[in-house]
Ligand binder design. Structure first.
Ligand SMILES: [Zn+2]
Length: 305
């Protein structure tokens, strides 16, 4: 018997001679769908036009999401975006001039895990159209010129290898020379393990360049987005004169699971999230994406740059 028939019917046992008689059986119990089944039905909507919010599970029209800077109009969840999208959101239209885009990663350690590092890089480069996980250049933000670096999560989780470190360092040095305010938008899984020690050296290199920038009187605004972790948090991302964070971004060195397993204690609610870190004094201000441009322009004015 089919369970999803709207109304069950059975043939009567006592049929009159000739034609069989169809009588209504007692109405079937309405089929109760579980939440998982409801969600499964929702996911049958064609991919691309409608997107489901990771947090509130509401279906959002892609056009609306893009118009809202990839923030869920229902619950305010800030979706992760690429460096290219970030630049388009921040810069005054047509004002971004890309720099250091000629740097490409090498494989001095001949690193191989399941795949060789060059093969992994090539696959990422073909998929994203970028050489590595960073974009840098000058732009105007509401008419204020700045040197801006954006890490790119879409390329190997925004991990910091030699190219990311070198690009950031060159951007800092040029900002020092040209006396431009520096803005770095971080989102990263941390150091790039395929570059091992060379990746870790980028932490010292970027930090040293920032110290010289500070000596020269430069303004560095660090913007932390979801997620900012590992060697990036442990170096330049936490060295801003002003540290801003997007709402509910995961910011930390080791992930919460690792910490929980190490200290064997329940972690407090909202641990390693922007709002928690603001209360702890690690972040100066939590800024929604819609206000980021205004906030950056205001800070540049405030610092007199
Ligand atoms: Zn939502």
């Amino acid at each position: 018997m089919s369970s999803n028939a709207p109304l069950e019917t059975t043939r009567s046992q006592d049929r009159s001679a000739g034609s069989p008689v169809i009588v209504d059986a007692k109405p079937a119990k309405p089929v109760q769908r579980t939440w998982a089944q409801v969600m499964e039905r929702k996911s049958s909507v064609p991919e691309g036009v409608w997107l489901r919010c990771d947090t509130c599970k509401t279906m959002v029209y892609r056009g609306n999401l893009e118009a809202n800077l990839h923030v869920c109009p229902d619950c305010g969840h800030h979706n992760r975006i690429s460096a290219q999208q970030r630049i388009a959101q921040l810069a005054d239209a047509g004002s971004f001039v890309e720099m250091f885009g000629n740097l490409a990663p090498a494989d001095p350690l001949k690193f191989k895990d399941l795949k060789s590092y060059p093969d992994r890089l090539l696959a990422e480069q073909v998929r994203t159209g970028n050489k590595d996980a960073v974009k840098a250049g000058t732009m105007f933000i509401k008419g204020r010129q700045a040197m801006v670096v954006c890490l790119d999560l879409t390329f190997m989780m925004g991990s910091m290898g030699s190219v990311v470190g070198e690009t950031i360092t060159r951007a800092i040095e040029l900002a020092t020379k040209d006396e431009l305010p520096l803005i770095i938008i971080s989102c990263s899984g941390g150091a790039r393990m395929q570059e091992s020690g060379l990746s870790l050296m980028q932490m010292a290199k970027t930090s040293a360049a920032l110290a010289r920038f500070d000596d020269a009187g430069g303004l560095f605004i660090s913007v932390l987005t979801d997620p900012t972790t590992g060697g990036v948090t442990a170096s330049f991302a936490m060295l801003g004169h002003v540290i801003l964070a997007e709402p509910n971004a995961l910011i930390g060195f080791a992930g919460p699971r690792v910490i929980q397993q190490t200290i064997r204690q329940e972690l407090p609610e909202g641990f390693q999230r922007s709002e928690f870190l603001r209360k702890a004094g690690m972040v100066d201000r939590v800024v929604p994406r819609s206000q980021l441009r205004t906030e950056l322009a205001r800070l540049i004015d405030f610092a007199g740059r």
